[in-house]
Write a protein that binds this ligand. Structure first.
Ligand SMILES: [Zn+2]
Ligand SMILES: [Zn+2]
Length: 214
């Protein structure tokens, strides 16, 4: 088994992947917020100070003194969102609106594009996301939601992992949970450059997977 944060005595309810898949984990050192030595540190920014660079411990993250900026399918979450609870707007068509279960606000309308939409999340959701490590990805991480809650990141899968998790029907399992499937993905036409990011809903146990490539 790969080492997890839980093995180190620090746990994150939304991050259950191996440590080696986390981005911005810096190992043991002195926290630049509370100055406690021998802490597991993460690249973060000081709450309220956009683009400040600190290495913060688990306790400071949990206390909200430092935050890890998070990109989600509902928009970016930075210090500002901890206060306003409104995500940075993301572009979409009007038809795609009102499926998140959160209040949605059109910030800008564009004839070609559609609309730019912010979602109003809850304090618990933004603080939990902002205190969760990010994961390594090719094109930037994108946290997924289900049941009006952020999903738990389980880690990266390869095609063989779909077989392992559904021994008799890997392909159907793949087609059920992977989003925006393109031809050739399952047949590994793209070889090793495709990475699948797997999330699980704590509430309904559903899996959702998105992918990108180098
Ligand atoms: Zn600290
Ligand atoms: Zn769910």
């Amino acid at each position: 088994m790969e080492t997890t944060f839980q093995d180190l005595g620090i746990s994150f309810s939304l991050y259950k992947a191996p440590i080696k898949e986390a981005s911005g984990y810096r190992g043991l050192g002195t926290c630049s917020i509370c100055h406690t030595p021998q802490q597991h540190l993460f690249d973060a920014e000081e709450y309220g100070k956009e683009d400040s660079e600190v290495t913060a411990c688990h306790s400071c993250l949990k206390a909200g003194k430092a935050i890890i900026v998070k990109d989600t399918e509902y928009g970016l979450i930075t210090s500002e969102q901890i206060d306003t609870l409104m995500t940075h707007p993301v572009p979409m068509s009007k038809e795609e609106m009102n499926k998140s279960g959160f209040e949605e606000v059109i910030v800008e309308e564009d004839e070609d594009f559609g609309v730019w939409v912010s979602r109003k999340l809850t304090k618990n959701i933004v603080t939990e996301l902002a205190s969760t490590p990010n994961f390594i990805s090719w094109q930037g991480e994108r946290w997924l939601f289900c049941c009006q809650h952020p999903m738990t990141y389980k880690g990266v899968w390869k095609i063989e992992d779909f077989h392992k998790n559904a021994p008799n029907n890997g392909k159907q399992f793949f087609e059920t949970i992977v989003e925006d499937i393109e031809e050739g993905l399952w047949d590994e036409k793209f070889g090793d450059c495709v990475t699948y990011y797997v999330f699980e809903c704590k509430k309904c146990k559903r899996l959702r997977v998105y992918w990108d490539m180098a």
